[in-house]
Design a protein around this ligand. Structure first.
Ligand code: FES
Length: 321
C-alpha cells in the first residue's frame, strides 16, 4: 500500500464560476492505474467526482484525460510511474473540449467532425478505382492500418495546437479517418477526388500546423499527422493543390529543385501571386523587413553542386512533392 496525494480539476458548468483544483489523500495499492485510483476515490471518499470509463482495457477510449499535463488513457496509466516521473498526480479533463462535469468532456462537437468526413465507404461495384479489387488486399490495407486502430478517445484533439486557436478545425482524429477512406482502393476515383475537394476547404487538411503532438499522445499509434500529410500529398497529386497552402509545398519543392536551397524572397511570391488580396496583405510585413534590413531578395544563384540536388530529385519518390 502507499499513501498518495492527487489533485483533480473539478468543474460543474452552470454552478461553478471557474474550475478549481481539489486535493485528495488516498491510500492505494501500489500497482493501481489512475482509473482504478479514481474509482476507489469515488467509492470511498467523494461520490460527487465525475469521470467516464467503460472497458478498463484501453479499448473503448472513454477514460482519456490529461494526467500531469499529457493526454492519456487513465486505465493504462500506472500511478506509480506517474509519481516517479512527476512527483505528483494532477488530473484534468481533455483540453479543447467543453466540460460536462469534472473529468467528463463533451464529445458532441468531436463526433460531429468525425461525421463530417463521411466515415464510410461509397462502394460502387461498377466504378471502383481498381475493378479487380472488390475485396481489400493486404497491401492496400497496410496503407491505413494505423488509422483503423483509432478508438476515438479524443487525446489527439485535446493535444492539437491548431484546434486550440481554431475550434472549427476538423481535427486530427477526423482527418485520419478521412485518410482511411481516401486510401481505400474500393471507392471510385471520382469519389476520392470529391472527398479531397471537401478536405482542402478552410478548417481542413491545410490547417494542421504539424506540431506532432497528436502523434505523441495517441495511445494506439494512429499517427494522425502522418495521415494528414498523406492527404495533402494526394490532394496535390490529384491537381487540388491550388491554394496558398498547397502552393507553399509545390513552390518550396520547385525552388529547392532549381536552386538547391530555400529562397525566402521567392517563396511568398510563388505562393501568393494568384491571390492578390493575400499578396497585398503581406506587403506591410515585407516593408517592415526591408526597413530592418531583413528582406531577402528573390534573385539567387543555384548552390554549388546543384547537379547533385537535381539528381536526387530524379530518383523515384522525389520527383513530386
Ligand atoms: Fe476504455 Fe480506458 S476505460 S479505454
Amino acid at each position: 500500500l502507499m499513501r498518495i496525494r492527487l489533485s483533480v480539476k473539478r468543474y460543474r458548468p452552470g454552478s461553478d464560476l471557474l474550475p478549481v483544483w481539489q486535493d485528495y489523500r488516498v491510500e492505494i495499492r501500489s500497482d493501481l492505474t489512475v482509473l482504478e485510483t479514481l474509482i476507489q476515490l469515488k467509492e470511498e471518499e467523494d461520490g460527487s467526482l465525475a469521470f467516464r470509463y467503460s472497458c478498463r482495457s484501453a479499448i473503448c477510449g472513454s477514460c482519456a484525460m490529461k494526467i500531469n499535463g499529457s493526454e492519456k488513457l487513465a486505465c493504462q496509466t500506472a500511478v506509480r510511474e506517474e509519481l516517479e516521473r512527476h512527483g505528483d498526480l494532477r488530473i484534468e479533463s481533455l483540453a479543447n473540449f467543453p466540460v460536462i462535469k469534472d473529468l467528463v468532456a463533451d464529445m458532441g462537437p468531436f463526433w460531429k467532425k468525425v461525421g463530417s468526413v463521411t466515415p464510410w465507404l461509397h462502394f460502387k461495384s461498377e466504378g471502383t478505382r481498381d475493378a479487380s479489387q472488390k475485396h481489400l488486399n493486404r497491401e492496400a490495407f497496410d496503407h491505413f492500418h494505423n488509422v483503423d486502430a483509432c478508438i476515438f478517445c479524443g487525446a489527439c484533439a485535446s493535444a492539437c495546437n491548431s484546434l486550440e486557436v481554431s475550434p472549427q478545425f476538423t481535427g486530427p482524429a477526423a482527418l485520419a479517418k478521412a485518410w482511411r477512406f481516401v486510401a481505400d482502393p474500393r471507392e471510385a476515383g471520382d469519389e476520392k477526388k470529391a472527398r479531397l475537394g471537401e478536405l482542402i476547404a478552410p478548417d481542413g487538411i491545410w490547417d494542421c500546423v504539424r506540431c506532432n503532438y497528436c502523434v505523441e499522445v495517441c495511445p494506439k499509434d494512429v499517427r494522425p499527422m502522418e495521415a494528414i500529410i498523406r492527404l495533402r500529398r494526394e490532394a496535390i497529386q490529384d491537381g487540388l493543390g491550388n491554394s496558398p497552402a498547397g502552393r507553399h509545398i509545390t513552390a518550396f519543392v520547385e525552388i529547392v529543385r532549381k536552386e538547391g536551397r530555400l529562397n525566402e524572397g521567392l517563396q511568398p511570391l510563388k505562393m501568393l501571386w494568384r491571390s492578390p488580396r493575400l499578396l497585398l496583405g503581406v506587403l506591410p510585413l515585407a516593408f517592415n523587413m526591408a526597413l530592418k534590413g531583413k528582406l531577402v531578395l528573390p534573385w539567387h544563384w543555384p548552390i554549388r553542386g546543384i547537379r547533385f540536388v537535381r539528381k536526387l530529385f530524379k530518383t523515384e519518390g522525389t520527383k513530386r512533392p
